[in-house]
Design a protein around this ligand. Structure first.
Ligand SMILES: Cc1cc2nc3c(=O)[nH]c(=O)nc-3n(C[C@H](O)[C@H](O)[C@H](O)COP(=O)(O)OP(=O)(O)OC[C@H]3O[C@@H](n4cnc5c(N)ncnc54)[C@H](O)[C@@H]3O)c2cc1C
Length: 422
């Protein structure tokens, strides 16, 4: 006899663990399966920015709601998450580039989000010691940041405390259907019958969806990050500008990345979804390098379709790009010139052609909820995305407008324009 539960969650990233938490909190029987370790992939590898700033208008209401959750999350999960509501600051160094920021400020105001365009002097006050020229900065003061290493684990632990069955190193291999509806999930260890499945499998969602005949255009973008030795106290803001993004942790170390440098390692999906992505690649051609590494070979050998041969995606960081970012940081703040990287890493971002997630209850097969494709923005959205996915799995009406996130927008052959993100 196979086991039974109400909801199966696939993926132990922030979205899956948050969904499991909100389900367990409501007394729903939930089993979460993670093929590697909880938070092993994107959710522990990101910059830790929890920003509303710069989001596509379609994503903004969900992110504003997520920001409200973040504000009380340490208390709710009874855990230190490294949460700091120090604001988000986007520097503009070239006056000719100001217009998109003026436009985005209007979007923010339409959504009731307090965002200001600071002049050079106001910007310098928030960034003492800034030695490079700056024209202006977009400042959203109720944005925040948190420690990616802690948050997803805290969701998983709290979900477990409430009765969720959290399994790591146990992949879901396929989904079974009966009468047009999901009937069970087949894991490495057991088959488990259920009423609903939430697919929060991050970069693997497209591959998993294929097992039930669904097509999700999704590609992987490699992005690199580094963490430094302790520096001088600088700013509570999370800061980004062309070529650099950083935030300072409570121990003084900085998370540093090169904003706008991604690598796409070719694999079979690159060809499968070429038409879906050409507009996206065209728009971001200066930021995305295509590379022919061993991913294509791995895919040809079937390794990227096996959920057990790649327990945790751990791509190599682009060290040259990271050192460019660190040098830019030191040139911008000469009094921090002593800092060095203590570790560097990379992660694969799961990107959709319009850079918006898929958060939807699938019609066929019924009982399947997709919460995936967060395109580099899912850490901030994670708490709310999990809550919405939980509601969809329970067949409840969601008060947010999810039309921009529907599964069906990528029907075969249609190319969708990339979203309006900064
Ligand atoms: C370098 C980098 C910087 C980023 N910076 C930010 C940022 O500052 N702010 C922000 O908001 N977002 C950021 N992001 C994006 C953010 O990290 C992701 O959008 C978010 O973590 C996605 O969460 P997830 O739960 O959907 O996916 P993931 O965290 O990738 O989790 C999916 C999990 O599913 C598991 N899985 C897959 N298939 C199966 C299977 N068949 N069975 C069982 N388990 C399976 C995987 O092993 C994985 O652990 C960044 C991402 C990267 C890589």
């Amino acid at each position: 006899m196979s086991k039974r539960t109400d909801v199966v969650v696939i993926g132990g990233g922030i979205v899956g663990c948050s969904a499991a938490y909100y389900l367990a909190k409501r007394g729903v029987a939930v089993n979460l399966y993670e093929k590697g370790t909880i938070s092993g992939e994107q959710s522990s590898r990101n910059w830790g920015f929890v920003r509303q700033q710069g989001r596509d208008p379609a994503e903004l209401p969900l992110m504003i709601a997520s920001n409200r959750i973040w504000q009380g999350l340490e208390q709710e999960l009874e855990s230190d998450l490294g949460w700091r509501q120090g604001g988000n600051l986007r520097l503009v160094t070239d006056e000719s580039q100001l217009q998109p920021y003026r436009d985005w400020k209007k979007i923010a105001l339409e959504h009731g989000l307090h965002t200001r365009l600071l002049d050079a002097e106001e910007t310098r006050q928030l960034l003492p010691g800034l030695a490079t020229p700056v024209q202006a900065a977009l400042y959203t003061e109720n944005d925040g940041q948190a420690d990616p290493l802690r948050v997803t684990h805290a969701f998983a632990t709290s979900a477990g405390r409430l009765g969720a069955d959290i399994n790591s190193r146990c992949a879901v291999l396929s989904l079974e259907t009966s009468a047009g509806k999901i009937s069970s999930a087949v894991t490495e260890e057991e088959e488990i019958r259920c009423d609903a499945v939430i697919c929060a499998a991050g970069a693997w969602s497209s591959r998993l969806a294929r097992t039930v005949g669904l097509r999700i255009p999704q590609l992987w973008l490699r992005a690199s990050v580094g963490y430094t030795t302790g520096g001088r106290n600088l700013t509570p803001c999370a800061v980004w500008m062309p070529g650099l993004a950083f935030r300072q942790d409570s121990d003084g170390g900085f998370t540093v990345a090169y904003s706008g440098a991604y690598r796409h390692d070719l694999n079979l999906d690159s060809f499968r979804f070429m038409r879906d992505f050409w507009r996206c690649f065209k728009k971001y051609r200066r930021s995305i390098r295509i590379s022919l590494g061993h991913s294509l070979l791995q895919d040809l050998m079937g390794e990227l379709n096996s959920f057990t041969s790649q327990r945790t995606l751990n791509p190599a960081p682009m060290e040259n790009v990271l050192h460019q970012a660190l040098n830019k940081f030191k040139a911008s703040f000469p009094n921090q010139s002593h800092i060095q990287f203590t570790r560097t890493w990379a992660g694969y971002i799961d990107t959709t052609p319009d850079m918006l997630p898929i958060i939807d209850r699938i019609e066929q097969p019924g009982g399947l909820v997709m919460a995936t494709g967060f395109s580099g923005h899912g850490f901030g959205l994670g708490p709310m995305a999990g809550q919405v996915a939980a509601q969809l799995a329970l067949n409840e009406t969601v008060s947010h407008d999810l039309r921009a996130f529907r599964y069906g927008r990528f029907s075969e052959g249609k190319t969708v324009a990339p979203g309006n993100v900064l």
